[in-house]
Structures are given as structure tokens and as C-alpha cells.
Design a protein around this ligand. Structure first.
Ligand SMILES: Cc1cc2nc3c(=O)[nH]c(=O)nc-3n(C[C@H](O)[C@H](O)[C@H](O)COP(=O)(O)OP(=O)(O)OC[C@H]3O[C@@H](n4cnc5c(N)ncnc54)[C@H](O)[C@@H]3O)c2cc1C
Length: 243
């Protein structure tokens, strides 16, 4: 018992030495059955919002760190999408964390940035909470006046995060939003199956686009295989190591 306490204290000390801040949960929202949207206030305002495509490490139950991509951010807060798909330690922590809860966070870590000024169109591939970094990247593509497509794979219609936001963005002809449901209801009129089943009509577009991928490893591997097969240059491919 003493031995475990010592290990716990050592790990805790490492975390306390690393740069971190304590945020406060100011809003939570359940999206379908699989996602908790969590907005965390910063301890004090900052000059610029956290970078697009970044992630933070949150200290969940028992000091266990879990990485979450930042979906939205301003100078006083940021928003995460936490997946309940497996109900692991991070999911359980955020499922139960109430408004007002303090959360120790590390970061932001900026390793999946939006590449400005390439002049290329964009294709974003995501599954479930992997859509988080694309909430802001899709807006940036429109600001750059380049065409973009978001293919989002998820089981059911109610599990689509930021559905309304993407539908509004899709009123601009430069942006296409393609949700792909693996377990959609009989009423669902959109795409079904997996995101890789819906690329046949955009293969030429993919070849000339920057391609961003974020989500479960099986989707990432499938998309990378496809991109290799159709000859998308590697310098145009950006992957978030999510899983
Ligand atoms: C850069 C980066 C960004 C990320 N961004 C996000 C994000 O925006 N949103 C997000 O949700 N995730 C994100 N992730 C993944 C996230 O960090 C977690 O790994 C993921 O959410 C699962 O964490 P968890 O603690 O809920 O599950 P874990 O505890 O890690 O469990 C993972 C899986 O193992 C299973 N499992 C755990 N313990 C047991 C057990 N004893 N027996 C059987 N099965 C078990 C769980 O059911 C679950 O399916 C990101 C990861 C990285 C690296």
C-alpha cells in the first residue's frame, strides 16, 4: 500500500511541476448518447484564443491525464468534445463533472495546425469527437476562400456534434458537409456506412487538396490507404494521432 502511495505521489509531483492551469467548467451539454460538450473557463483572460487544431491534457480522476482537442476557443474559455464511446476513465470523469468543477489542464499543445496560404482546397475526415479541430478549420477555409469538404462518420444523427453550425456553414457553396451514419435510422436520407465509402466522386478533388484526418485509428488507416491508392502527395496529408 505504501509503495502505491509513493508512486501516486511521485506522479502527482511530476504533474505539479509541469506548466499547467486550473480551469473551471462553465457549461456542459450531452450530444446524443456518446459525447459530452464541455466548456472550461480559463483562470484569467489571455491575449489570443488557443490555436486552431491544438489539444489540452486534462487531469481526470486519480491524476490520469487525457488529451482532448480544442473545438472552440476565445480569450476567456475553450470547448472540448469528450467521447463516451468506451466509458474509460476520462469519459467517466467528464460524464459526471458538474458546472463549477475545477479541472487541471496542461497545454495547449499545437501539433495539428491549419496550414494557411497553400492555395489548395481542403478535405476533412473525422469520426465522432474527431470533428473537434474541424469546427474552426472549416471556418478558416471559408475565410481563405478555398473549397472544402467535411466527411464526418458517426453512428446516429443525434451523435453529430456541431450539426447546426456545419449546416449553416454549408449554405456557402464553397463548403460541403457530408455526415455519414453507420447506424442511422430508417428516416435518415443522407450517406450511410463509413466515410471511405463516400469518396468516389471526390477523388480528383482529393488529389489537389490538403487532407486533414482526425478520429479513430481504423478510419485513419482506411483513409490513408485510400489516399495512397489514388496518389495524394504525402506533403498534403495531415493526421492527428487521436487514438
Ligand atoms: C492529440 C489527441 C487528441 C485527442 N482528442 C480527443 C477529443 O477531442 N475527444 C475525445 O473524446 N478523445 C480525444 N482523444 C483521445 C483521448 O485522449 C482518450 O484516449 C479517449 O477519449 C479515451 O479515454 P478514456 O479515458 O475515456 O478511455 P480509457 O480509459 O483510455 O479507455 C480506452 C478504452 O479502453 C477501454 N477500457 C478501459 N479500461 C478497461 C478495462 N479495465 N477493461 C476493459 N476495457 C477497458 C475503455 O472502455 C475504452 O474503450 C485524443 C487523443 C489525442 C492523443
Amino acid at each position: 500500500m505504501f509503495f502505491f502511495k509513493q508512486i501516486y505521489n511521485t506522479i502527482r509531483a511530476w504533474f505539479e511541476e509541469a506548466p499547467h492551469f486550473t480551469g473551471t467548467i462553465i457549461a456542459t451539454e450531452r450530444i446524443g448518447s456518446r459525447i459530452q460538450k464541455v466548456t472550461i473557463a480559463l483562470p484569467e483572460p489571455i491575449s489570443k484564443p488557443f490555436p486552431i487544431g491544438c489539444y489540452i491534457q486534462a487531469q481526470t480522476s486519480g491524476c490520469v491525464p487525457r488529451a482532448y482537442s480544442v473545438a472552440k476557443a476565445n480569450t476567456t474559455s475553450f470547448t472540448l468534445l469528450v467521447s463516451f464511446a468506451g466509458m474509460g476513465v476520462g469519459a467517466r470523469y467528464f460524464a459526471e463533472a458538474p458546472v463549477g468543477e475545477k479541472v487541471v489542464c496542461y497545454g495547449p499543445f499545437d501539433d495539428f495546425p491549419y496550414r494557411y496560404g497553400t492555395g489548395r482546397s481542403k478535405v476533412f475526415f473525422a469520426t465522432s469527437t474527431g470533428v473537434a479541430p474541424f469546427r474552426r478549420m472549416t471556418e478558416e477555409a471559408l475565410k481563405e476562400n478555398v473549397e472544402s469538404v467535411l466527411l464526418l462518420g458517426t453512428p446516429k444523427e443525434e451523435d453529430i456534434a456541431f450539426k447546426k453550425d456545419f449546416e449553416i456553414l454549408a449554405q456557402n457553396p464553397l463548403f460541403r458537409f457530408i455526415p455519414v451514419l453507420s447506424a442511422g435510422s430508417a428516416e435518415w436520407k443522407g450517406a450511410r456506412g463509413f466515410v471511405t465509402n463516400h469518396t468516389a466522386d471526390i477523388e480528383d478533388f482529393l488529389k489537389k487538396s490538403d487532407v486533414y484526418i482526425c478520429g479513430v485509428p481504423i478510419m485513419t488507416m482506411g483513409v490513408l490507404d485510400l489516399l495512397k491508392k489514388i496518389g495524394v502527395p504525402e506533403k498534403q496529408i495531415f493526421v492527428q494521432k487521436f487514438g
